[in-house]
Design a binder for this molecule. Structure first.
Ligand code: DGJ
Length: 730
């Protein structure tokens, strides 16, 4: 049976137990074999195949059956999204668990299917639910596969222990897999570290498993947002590529697996610590959503994530306010006079939100103490924070405050009162990291303590925005007094805390920060309105961090700040224009001490903020594009309006390229059939026109087809310099 998001015919009633299901939405087809009572098997994921009747679908499945005879493993093809050992699968298991060494080789059968067509879903998605049982083991498994209006596909599974005799089932892992075709010969994932997040790495898709795990209680700074596999040399604009992402902020695993038989799969699931999930009879466990996206090039793949995030009812709908954040401006050096003067300067430049970072709460004069004591420090703020919050609002800005709700310092009133609320796996509270430990929110009283302090402050101070930090990994997070792993419960507790604060304070916005980009995922984005991609404000690094974070996160959800001339994290020195240009492309902010900036520099910052405000609607709604340039030192990226009536691009030089002059750069994403006027726009680095192609001084008018295929000659720039091009459809 087929589902078609563009179909105008009334939806058929849901039909149980078809043999092949074709789910279609948002330009994506997913064909699922559903016969034989077996778990669902995806036989195609990607390009929309159009309307196919049942006979064609049956042949489509048959045409993909491998020609294998008896072999060491005679596996019934195709492979389910949760593959099983007992069916002959000797690859990465879908489900792992047991009851004291029994019930460890599940065999789910009697699957019943329910399909709901796009025309029956208000959101235009096409969905399938499979419900199967392992009668011998007393387990049931439900699997949901959804093709969303964005063309994203997501899957999740619910395992229930239906054992009547009361035996517990210890779950060790439940992963869901997406197949990719044999054309996917290259694997791309991301790595990194503090202040250098999201460094891409590529490798051939070899036989075996390429596994990226996060065991630190959050995805982590080194985490790969996506695990992708694609055609050799796939780029941003071309080359078929598929990727998975797990919508979860705790421990997780993403795996690319190629079997000697030829199967290639991308799988993901929560990484469960020992006995972290033990299902008593009647209990169940639901995996986080595993998202899959695909595209002809990474821009299309990322665009599906962006469209999906933008379609959520919770997606920020108000213009993203420009931010002044105090961290790199004054660090812990807080007092009313300094911060109110900073607020005056910020407001004068067009800043709309003033955020006090770390350092405002009782005893917090540096990073060695006081996490957990969420009350305003009377020694620094004798009249409380109200006078500053009021001053900020008088200046026309809203007021934001930094918290690190899941953390605790040993040197804090909270730790002295409740040392038992610090995670402890049996050897004490473990290593400090940045002098801090993790507060076990699995204690309802600990959760309530943090919640009550935060909600009181948010209400009393009229806080519009929380910068929510998370700096220590949960390396040995044993719930006290049992010592059992508490990461999963902590992740859920953090979500509950965010949700409660938002429910209690409608309109409250939250930023997910974890030493920079350590907690960026679609799970936390259910509760937050912005992510902080990196503590590095150096534009040289930011270009890459933002580009790769953008595989998942659209510009309006990425914080991008203009920092000091000498970067605080790399000590590189950059001109204001380059720093400002790189902060243009997201949710703009300043993280610079305006009290020490010369008047001329402040005026120029003001011009950049005005430019951001002028183009904000485009930047925060358009399609993000990147040119595939053959010289690695050259970068071109931009945002094209949804209706392709205009676009803004940045051309950057990051190193001294070996070929010179740089040659043409293509301007992707334009309508091939429209003409565009392309000009160099200010404020940008004033460039010398000596020896430059003449179009730079006068602009050029060319069809979109020419601009995307041939492009325009790029200016010769020094390293770490950029210019902006604007294209307007005539
Ligand atoms: C780590 C964050 O990533 C920074 O932006 C800043 O908020 C500091 N923590 C404050 O301690």
């Amino acid at each position: 049976m087929t589902t078609d998001s563009s179909s105008t015919t009334p939806a058929a009633a849901t039909r149980p137990s078809p043999t092949v299901v074709h789910l279609r939405a948002g330009g994506t087809s997913v064909v699922v074999a559903t016969d034989g009572g077996r778990l669902p098997r995806i036989v195609h994921w990607g390009l929309d195949l159009g309307d196919l009747d049942d006979a064609v679908l049956a042949d489509l499945v048959r045409s993909g059956l491998p020609d294998i005879g008896d072999s060491p493993v005679t596996y019934p093809q195709p492979v389910p999204v949760v593959p099983q050992l007992a069916e002959g699968w000797i690859g990465r298991p879908g489900l792992q668990g047991s009851s004291d060494g029994t019930r460890w080789a599940s065999l789910f059968a009697e699957a019943r299917y329910t399909v709901v067509l796009p025309s029956e879903h208000a959101d235009g998605s096409a969905t399938l639910r499979a419900e199967a049982v392992d009668a011998a083991y007393g387990l049931t498994l439900a699997i949901d596969i959804e093709v969303l209006a964005s063309g994203l596909v997501r899957q999740r599974a619910t395992l229930a222990n239906a054992e009547a005799d009361g035996a517990e089932y210890r779950l060790d892992g439940l992963e869901l897999a997406f197949p990719v075709p044999s054309a996917a010969t290259e694997v791309l994932d991301l790595t990194g570290r503090w202040a250098l997040e999201r460094v891409p790495q590529r490798r051939p898709f070899h036989v075996g498993e390429w596994v990226r795990s996060s065991r630190g209680g959050k995805p982590g700074l080194e985490h790969t947002l996506l695990l992708a596999a694609g055609e050799a040399g796939f780029g941003f604009r071309s080359g078929l590529v598929w990727a998975v992402h797990l919508a979860w902020s705790g421990n997780q695993v993403l795996a690319a697996e190629r079997m000697p038989t030829g199967d290639r799969r991308l799988a993901a699931g929560e990484l469960l610590l020992p006995a972290e999930v033990v299902l008593a009879a009647g209990d169940d466990y639901t995996t986080p959503w595993v998202y899959g996206s695909w595209g002809d090039g990474l821009d299309e793949l990322a665009g599906r994530f962006h469209d999906h995030l933008r379609s959520r009812p919770s997606h920020p709908s108000s213009p993203r306010p420009t931010i002044m954040n105090t961290w790199e401006a004054v660090y812990f050096d807080h007092d009313f006079d300094t911060l109110s003067r900073l607020a005056v300067e910020a407001a004068a430049l067009g800043i709309e939100r003033f955020v006090i970072d770390d350092g405002w709460f009782t005893g917090r004069r540096d990073d060695t103490s006081s996490l957990g004591d969420w009350s305003v420090d009377g020694a620094v703020w004798p009249d409380g924070l109200e006078p500053l919050a009021d001053r900020v609002r008088e200046l026309g800005m809203d007021f934001g405050l930094w918290f690190e709700p899941e953390m605790i310092n040993v040197d804090s009133e909270l730790a002295r009162a409740h040392p038992e609320w610090i995670f402890d796996a049996g050897h004490g509270i473990g290593l400090p990291s940045r002098h801090q430990h993790v507060l076990d929110l699995g204690h309802p009283e600990a959760w309530a303590h943090v919640h009550d302090q935060m909600t009181e402050l948010v209400g009393r101070l009229g806080i519009a925005y929380i910068k929510w930090d998370h700096n220590r990994y949960l390396i040995d997070a044993g719930h006290t007094p049992t010592g059992r792993p508490g990461v999963r419960e902590q992740t859920l507790a953090a979500y509950r805390l965010m949700a409660a604060l938002k429910a209690e304070h409608p309109g409250l916005e939250i930023e997910s920060c974890a030493s920079g980009g350590g907690r960026i995922d679609l799970g936390v984005l259910e509760h937050t309105d912005r992510v902080w991609p990196s503590d590095c404000n150096d534009p040289h690094e930011r270009l890459e961090v933002q580009r790769w974070t953008g595989l998942l996160v659209p510009p309006e959800l990425q914080g991008t700040h203009l920092g000091a001339e000498e970067s605080h994290t790399t000590h590189r020195v950059h001109p204001l224009d380059y720093r400002a240009e790189k902060s243009l492309w997201g949710h703009f902010g300043l993280e610079i001490n305006l009290l020490e900036e010369p008047e001329e520099a402040k005026a120029h910052i003001g011009r950049w903020i005005a430019f951001h405000l002028e183009h904000r609607a485009l930047l925060h709604s358009g399609r993000v594009v990147h040119a595939d340039l053959s010289t690695p030192a050259l970068r071109l990226e931009g945002v094209v309006a949804a209706d392709r009536s205009e676009a803004l691009y940045a051309f950057s030089v990051t190193e001294r390229p070996s070929t010179w002059p740089p040659g043409r750069v293509t301007l992707p994403g334009l309508d091939p059939d429209r003409s565009y006027r392309v000009t160099l726009v200010e404020p940008g680095l004033p460039i010398s026109h000596d020896g430059q192609p003449s179009w730079l001084s006068s602009g050029v008018t060319l069809p979109g087809r020419v601009l995307t295929a041939l492009g325009v000659e790029a200016p010769s720039l020094d390293p770490d310099r950029s210019v902006l091009f604007r294209a307007i459809a005539l």
